[in-house]
Design a protein around this ligand. Structure first.
Ligand code: HEM
Length: 128
């Protein structure tokens, strides 16, 4: 008896990657990262409320190269997610859904998030 191969549902390995698909996944990932980043903010505020000694410890950790890297990533995550939220808001008006427009919005989301993150760090960290 010949066995015919069964049809397969699409799954990650056979999907063709598109920028809209990638940005959709990144939107969810940044949403989760924002939760973790908000914990860092709460830890910092908690330390500030506890006293100078605790604040110094947290500032030292956050000021280390690794801390700065994490905070830079958190800034990018917040900005990327916020811009993604605005993208959804635009779609709510049934604008930007045509082929080409969707890709343009997705690229704009990615590029603007990088540019704005660099701008925020330049103004508020590197030049402050
Ligand atoms: C610290 C702040 C934030 C946290 C922790 C957060 C977290 C999340 C999480 C976990 C999701 C679910 C992702 C998914 O299941 O696909 C989500 C979705 C969403 N977020 Fe946020 N978010 C934050 C800020 C924002 C901001 C500022 C905006 C708008 C400017 C925004 C707009 C949205 C939208 C529109 C969705 C739904 C996306 C969809 O329908 O696929 N979020 N957020």
């Amino acid at each position: 008896m010949t066995v015919r191969s069964r049809p397969l549902s699409p799954h990650l390995q056979i999907y063709r990657w598109t920028i809209t698909m990638a940005m959709s996944i990144v939107h969810r990932a940044t949403g989760i990262a924002n939760y973790a980043g908000t914990v860092l903010l709460v830890v910092w505020l908690g330390a500030a409320a506890s006293g100078q000694e605790a604040l110094n410890v947290v500032n030292d950790i956050y000021g280390s190269w690794f801390g700065q890297l994490v905070l830079f990533g958190f800034t990018w995550s917040l900005i990327h997610h916020m811009l993604g939220g605005i993208r959804h808001f635009i779609w709510d008006f049934i604008i930007g859904m045509e082929p080409g427009q969707r890709e343009a919005l997705a690229w704009a989301n990615l590029i603007a998030s990088i540019v704005l993150t660099l701008l925020v760090w330049t103004v508020f960290v590197w030049m402050a």
